[in-house]
Design a binder for this molecule. Structure first.
Ligand SMILES: [Zn+2]
Length: 192
């Protein structure tokens, strides 16, 4: 887009605002008669109406914030502080997390599904690699889980059979029937 700056009287401002919102003109910047809330009397971005000085300041603040949060993540002193805070408030933090998950169950589920769909390939690849390199650990985990929950697992199995008895019997019947039919077909073919 060619850079075009115009000077706007206040009565024209609303009109241009509309025009730029629809992006009909190749306008990139404009002046207003009134200064911005920080008293800058300099051009503004046509698309958003933000003055260039404020935009620069906002960007500077934004990047400083990112830099600081990055620093916080890697600063050994900050890491120790965070760990100490976690240890001191572990119970409360875990409880808070538990409560949050409980009251936002639906929201979390949707967020998780969305995140998975957006990063499906990477997540599947990483999970597969993790399972592969942690096979012993997973086997041990499943074994321990099975042993620890033997009673529950058996009860669940029993309940499933009871709840689906008719369906399961029908499956069995269908399966036997299909085997029989197949056998008959083979027998018939032998005769031909
Ligand atoms: Zn400004």
């Amino acid at each position: 887009m060619k850079s075009l700056t115009i000077y706007l009287h206040e009565e024209d401002y609303q009109k241009v605002k509309q025009i730029t919102e629809e992006r009909r003109m190749g306008l990139s910047q404009f002046y207003r008669e009134l200064s911005c809330i920080h008293s800058h009397l300099i051009p503004r971005k046509a698309k958003t109406g933000v003055c260039l000085e404020c935009l620069k300041n906002n960007q500077r603040k934004y990047y400083a914030k990112i830099r600081k949060s990055r620093q916080n993540l890697t600063d050994p002193e900050k890491i120790l502080k965070r760990k100490a805070y976690y240890q001191a408030n572990r119970k409360k933090l875990l409880q808070n997390g538990k409560e949050y998950r409980k009251t936002n169950k639906k929201k979390i589920k949707i967020q998780r599904q969305q995140h998975y769909q957006e990063n499906k390939e990477r997540i599947d690849r990483e999970n597969k690699a993790w399972r592969k390199s942690n096979k012993d650990r997973m086997d041990k985990y499943y074994k321990t889980y099975y042993n620890d929950n033997l009673k529950d697992i058996r009860a669940r199995k029993r309940k499933y059979y009871e709840d689906n008895q008719e369906k399961l019997i029908q499956y069995q019947r269908d399966f036997r029937k299909s085997v029989k039919e197949e056998k008959n077909m083979i027998d018939d073919r032998d005769f031909l």
